[in-house]
Design a binder for this molecule. Sequence first.
Ligand SMILES: CC(C)(COP(=O)(O)OP(=O)(O)OC[C@H]1O[C@@H](n2cnc3c(N)ncnc32)[C@H](O)[C@@H]1OP(=O)(O)O)[C@@H](O)C(=O)NCCC(=O)NCCS
Length: 152
Amino acid sequence: MTAQDIPALAQLMAETPLWQRYGVTKTSARQRFQEGLAAGATILVAQVGNEQAGFLWYATRGAFLRSGYVVLLGVGAAWRGMGVGRALMAQGEAAMFQEVDAVFLLVSHFNQAAQAFYRRLGYRQVGRLPGYVLPDVDELIFFKKRPVPGQG
Ligand SMILES: CC(C)(COP(=O)(O)OP(=O)(O)OC[C@H]1O[C@@H](n2cnc3c(N)ncnc32)[C@H](O)[C@@H]1OP(=O)(O)O)[C@@H](O)C(=O)NCCC(=O)NCCS
């Protein structure tokens, strides 16, 4: 991600009902991306033609100072179901699994589409954080170990 990607990706976040529920606006998303870039965050952007179709923000030692953590993943509504999310995760995991042997992420209890997506990619639920971010939403802890070569 570069600064030029921020407006389109802030728009993507602001248009996504999931993040609307968490109070994200175009302004707050823009600020979060700007602060992330300034702090050296790793944010991949999926580009389709000239458009920003999605993004993956990850931190290689973002979980327990030991494991990978998926901070945010989003694909624009127009590009969902076409493999963009899988491609972003494949690239992020390839980088993280070179250094760490597990990746964690949080997914809202009501976000069944994302839960199905992550399960398809080999993640499984290992815990639940009641009301961690929003008082009426549980965050499910999903986790994946580095695949053993030859075993998928
Ligand atoms: C979740 C999200 C990132 C998935 O990205 P995507 O580009 O639509 O997913 P892909 O097309 O790469 O799908 C990859 C696999 O997951 C499966 N999958 C994706 N969405 C699914 C759904 N809603 N239900 C069941 N399976 C699903 C696909 O069938 C596909 O399997 P295959 O490759 O074996 O055919 C995207 O829907 C999104 O941005 N949602 C809104 C924001 C969000 O929920 N982010 C995650 C927050 S934790």
